[in-house]
Design a protein around this ligand. Structure first.
Ligand code: NAD
Length: 456
């Protein structure tokens, strides 16, 4: 078969790859994207979106269960029941709508989609086994956007009772008991959801505390909520392997067994570089090394997203995609972002943008405002958490913002915008924040930095 040729080939149609393909198409570049599964990648199909749907479903169920108990709102409700298969079908509908939407956007941008798994034959030739037979593509520029895959533990290979997040997001029934190995982003998001749905959840974390990437002040409200939800947390503990009905673990006090109808393993993700081995690209550990323009060590080969390093987040991949397309088009563009916000959709949610107090060091001061003193937080029945502003002691420049609170993810944009725009605490304090909102805690933390907090 005659090889396909194109100026831009994108491998992988996740958030990085599909954004690159759409942008390249919009720029008038004849673009092909190769994708083995449905467009949307991990994020849309088995990651961010379905997990947020499950978290919502679990929260709704839990709320009704809470209201079935005596409550200060004066509401009477019956004990809820759940048909998880039906709930999962609702979630699948959302995923289908979004992946269908991406396919439509690719078509609108004039992008050709080739279905199959791509493999580099050499730096100028890519082979794909499609359902219709082998296809060869010879592009001028290739953008690798192959993402990441879950890390598997040798003692707990995926299959049977051992689930990766993908299988956990497809369970038709709530397990009686669930052991979550790894108390990071995914483990806590999904572990909390299943606890709210009624599973007996135990989190097994090797490190000294949950979410080791965040400081203890930020994780304390999450740990408190897990306790209130009845989730058992075993820190300093490693999973050793399955037993007949549970999971054997090694903790500070020796070996014990944890009840586990299912075991969810969420111990991180690793870059998916399969198919690129022949290129001999320069690597950064397991990741493909790229420069600020998205270029790898080989001319004509660019890379974006999880395959290029931490943080492995969809929105970072999307931002890299736009830059890589400019590079492919011969325009000079480079990475000059000041922050990549990150959100952990636990209960309460954690948001970080920019530098933490420890990263900012002695040039910075740290001021926080608790939701206990925020009217809006009280009216939604959740006053746990706070907003914390890290600013330069002399200039007032906002270096970082962190927050923990119910529903706080929606304020992430304000934090990132402040940092990206080079705002000072004077700017934040001088901006009229609508009342009553949780966002006022951001303004109050800035006022505190100026030495005249109002509501504390
Ligand atoms: P993670 O790195 O967040 O957490 C893994 C946890 O597992 C760590 O706390 C680690 O100490 C622990 N661990 C490692 N080996 C262990 C062992 N043998 N026994 C017990 N504990 C062990 O990884 P994740 O939760 O799998 O998430 C993977 C990636 O997905 C993250 O890098 C994140 O960027 C991304 N993600 C993002 C979001 C979000 O933005 N909301 C949500 C989910 C995932």
């Amino acid at each position: 078969m005659t090889p396909l040729t194109c100026p831009v080939l994108v491998i992988g149609a996740g958030p990085g790859g599909y954004v690159a393909a759409i942008r390249a198409g919009q720029r008038g570049l004849d673009t092909i994207v190769v994708e083995a599964a449905r467009p949307g990648g991990t994020c849309l199909n088995v990651g961010c979106i379905p997990s947020k749907a499950l978290i919502h479903l679990a929260e709704e169920f839990h709320r009704v269960a809470e209201l079935a108990q005596a409550n200060p709102l004066g509401i009477t409700a019956g004990t809820p029941a759940i048909d998880l298969g039906k709930g999962m079908a609702w979630k699948d509908g959302i995923v289908a709508r979004l992946t269908g939407g991406v396919a439509g956007l690719l078509k609108k941008a004039g992008v050709r989609v080739v279905t199959g798994r791509a493999r580099f034959v050499d730096g100028r030739t890519v082979a794909v086994d499609t359902p219709e037979g082998p296809v060869t593509i010879r592009p001028q520029t290739t953008i690798i956007a192959t993402g990441s895959v879950p890390v598997e533990l040798p003692a707990l290979p995926f299959g049977g009772r051992v689930l990766s997040s993908t299988e956990a997001l497809a369970l038709a029934e709530v397990p009686g008991s669930l052991a979550v190995v790894g108390g990071g982003y995914i483990g806590l998001e999904l572990g909390t959801a299943f606890a709210k749905l009624g599973a007996k959840v135990t989190v097994v974390e090797a490190g000294p505390r949950l979410l080791p990437a965040y400081d203890a002040d930020l994780t304390a409200p999450v740990a408190a909520r897990l306790k209130a939800l009845g989730v058992a947390v075993l820190t300093g503990t490693r999973a050793l392997g399955l037993t007949g009905t549970g999971l054997r673990v090694q903790g500070p006090n020796g070996e014990t067994e944890v009840e586990a109808d299912k075991v969810l393993v969420t111990v991180g993700r690793r870059p998916n570089t399969a198919g690129t081995e022949t290129l001999g690209l320069t690597m950064d550990g397991p990741f493909i090394r790229t420069d600020a323009r998205g270029r790898t060590s080989m001319t004509g080969i660019l890379a974006i997203g999880d395959v290029t390093g931490e943080p492995m987040l969809a929105h970072r991949a999307m931002a890299q995609a736009e830059i890589a397309v400019e590079t492919a088009a011969g325009t000079r563009a480079g990475w000059d972002k000041r922050c990549i916000p990150a959100i952990c959709f636990t209960d309460p949610e954690i948001v970080t943008a920019g530098l933490s107090p420890a990263e900012a060091g002695s040039v910075a001061r740290t001021d926080s405002f608790p939701f206990k003193a925020n009217g809006r937080a009280m009216t939604v029945g959740r006053d746990d958490g706070f907003v914390r502003v890290v600013s330069h002691k002399e200039t007032g420049l906002v270096l970082g913002v962190q927050a923990v609170g119910a529903g706080i993810s929606e304020i992430a944009a304000a934090f990132a915008l402040a940092i990206e725009m080079g705002a000072t605490v004077q700017d934040i304090a001088g901006t009229i924040h609508a009342h009553p909102t949780q966002g006022e805690a951001f303004q109050e933390a800035a006022l505190k930095a100026l030495g005249h907090g109002l509501h504390l």
